[in-house]
Every structure is written in C-alpha cells, then in structure tokens.
Design a protein around this ligand. Structure first.
Ligand code: NAP
Length: 278
C-alpha cells in the first residue's frame, strides 16, 4: 500500500455514503486526513469509525446552503489549513417522466448537485489559489454528457457540473490548482437503490444491459486518474465507449439514442407493459 496522500488534507462532500465514502476510505488508507461533509451527523459518525488512520473529522453541512458551506469551510480551514484536495461527491437524483415530476424536484437537484459544487468551489478555490496548489474533483455522471430518458431533472444538473468545471479548469490552470471531472456510470450505491422505485419502465429497460460498478471501483479510478493529473475521468470500459461514441457521432447520437429507445419499447410491449405515449 502506497502512502501517496500522506500529510495531505482531503475535503469530501457526500462522504457518508457511496462513492464519497469509498474515496474517503481509500485516501485515508494512503495517509490522507479526511474532512467528511454530509447533512446527517449519525451517518457521518458511522463513516468516521470505518476510516483507517487518524486525524479525520466530520462536518454536518447542507452544501446547497451557502451560509452553511461558508461556516463549514471556515471551520475546516481553521482545523486543517488549506486542503490539497476537494472532492464534490454530494448529490441526489430523482428519475421520472417529465410530466409527472414536480417542479420542486428540478429546483432541489439543481441546488444540491450543481450549486452545492459551486458553493464548495467558492469557499475553497481562493485559499487553494493562494497556496498555488491543490486538486478539485467534481462528480458529474454519464447522464451529464448524454441526456438520458427519465432524467429531465438530473441530467441538466450534471451537464451544468461539466460546463462549470470546464470553465473553472481553464481559469485555474495557471494558479497551480488542478480540476477534474468524473462521469460515473451506474454504480452500486444507496443512491442507485433509492431511485429504483421512481424509474420509468423505459429507463429500467435501458439500464438493464448496462454494467454496474462498485463505489470502490469508481473511487479508485477517480483518485488514481486525478493523482496522475487527468482532467476527464471515465470509470469503466462502457463509460469510455459511450464518451467516444457521443464525441465522434455529433448529432448522429440522437439516432443511436432513438434506436436504443425503440428497442426498449419493443421489450416492454413483449412484457405486456405499455410504453409512454401508446
Ligand atoms: N450511484 C450512481 O449510479 C451514480 C452514477 C453517476 C453519478 N453519480 C453521482 O456520484 C455522486 C455520489 O453518488 P452516490 O451514488 O455515492 O450517492 P449516495 O450513496 O446516495 O451518497 C450521497 C451522499 O451525499 C450526501 N448529500 C446529499 N445531499 C447533500 C447535501 N445537500 N449536502 C451535503 N451532503 C449531501 C449524502 O448524505 P446526507 O443525505 O446525509 O446529506 C451522502 O453522503 C453523486 O453526485 C451522484 O449524482 C452516482
């Protein structure tokens, strides 16, 4: 086991579960001190006891609330000094047909998945620029470069994370602060299980053939790639394939998307389920 992160501080949002927690465990095992952020204290306490090493601390905070992020960041800077890493993994999702999803869901996802990242960057980028050092890792999704059926509330927030991180990358490049964008595919975490009851039948069929990564696989790929200075991080072979397909196919991507959807609708009919619109 290497000690790549020895003496470094890593601030991780969404650190009490899934990909954020897996990243915390891996980095802690390699010497990092972790500042764990999430809303629920009891989940953070549970996560803290599962981390190897010493010097980690928890910070209950809702990243969608700027005042809370400001106060939490001040506390972290006081406790640890300027962090070398900020990983923005906090996120929620809620699939559903557009016409059935309440408007509040659109606002809430944007506030947490997108503005949560903006808030964290607002709080930590200035000291990192000052230190002329550090890495910021923002987690988007495959649904952040392909608009996926059933994700009209989630995909836009994840596309926004991509656009934001691209601009930030260019601005921070000459201040010694590296940025990274991660596009995970379906990953076996509480988020994925929690969204199941809300997935439209088409979305379920579309994801049936997709592979599933573990949170640890995604976190490991993310940390390894970021430590090597990679900007775009694509966990899993399927994600790399989809990224290439989306990049080279241009507007033809919509023929592929429609072809896959037509297949899914055929499968639903065979199972006696009416696809939307019939
Ligand atoms: N799992 C997948 O299939 C998948 C695929 C692609 C991308 N992603 C993205 O990867 C990231 C991690 O997802 P995951 O699957 O690991 O999710 P997860 O297991 O549900 O964990 C989400 C974490 O975020 C925290 N959180 C949620 N809202 C928050 C808020 N307002 N402020 C602070 N913390 C908050 C949660 O704790 P509290 O609820 O206590 O706050 C929890 O620690 C997310 O951005 C997600 O969109 C996931």
């Amino acid at each position: 086991m290497s000690n790549r992160f020895a003496g470094q501080t890593m601030v991780i949002t969404g650190a009490s579960s899934g990909i954020g927690l897996a990243a915390a465990r891996l980095a802690a095992a390699e010497g990092a001190r972790i500042a764990l952020i999430a809303r629920r204290r009891e989940k953070l306490e549970e996560a803290l006891t599962s981390l190897p090493g010493e010097g980690h601390r928890i910070y209950p905070c809702d990243v969608s609330k700027w005042e809370e992020v400001q106060a939490t960041a001040a506390q972290i800077l006081n406790d640890f000094g300027t962090p070398q890493w900020v990983i923005n993994s906090a996120g929620i999702t809620r699939p559903g047909y557009f016409w059935e999803l309440p408007l509040e869901v659109f606002y809430q996802i944007m506030e947490i998945d997108y503005y949560g990242i903006v808030h964290m960057c607002k709080a930590f980028v200035p000291p990192m620029m000052e230190a002329r050092n550090g890495h910021i890792i923002n987690i988007s999704s495959v649904a952040g470069f392909i608009g996926v059926f059933g994700y009209t509330a989630y995909s836009p927030a994840k596309f926004a994370v991509w656009g934001f991180t691209d601009s930030l990358r260019a601005e921070l490049k000459h201040f010694g602060v590296q940025t990274h964008i991660v596009f995970p595919p379906d990953t076996d975490t509480p988020q994925l299980h929690g969204e199941m009851p809300y997935k439209p039948p088409e979305t379920k069929v579309l994801s049936e053939t997709a592979g599933l990564l573990t949170a640890e696989q995604v976190a490991r790929t993310m940390l390894n790639a970021a430590a090597r200075g990679k900007y775009v991080i694509l966990p899993g072979r399927e994600t790399k394939f989809l990224w290439k397909l989306a990049s080279v196919s241009g507007a033809w991507r919509y023929f592929i998307v429609d072809y896959l959807l037509a297949n899914a609708r055929r499968k639903l009919r065979k199972r006696g389920i009416k696809p939307a619109g019939e």
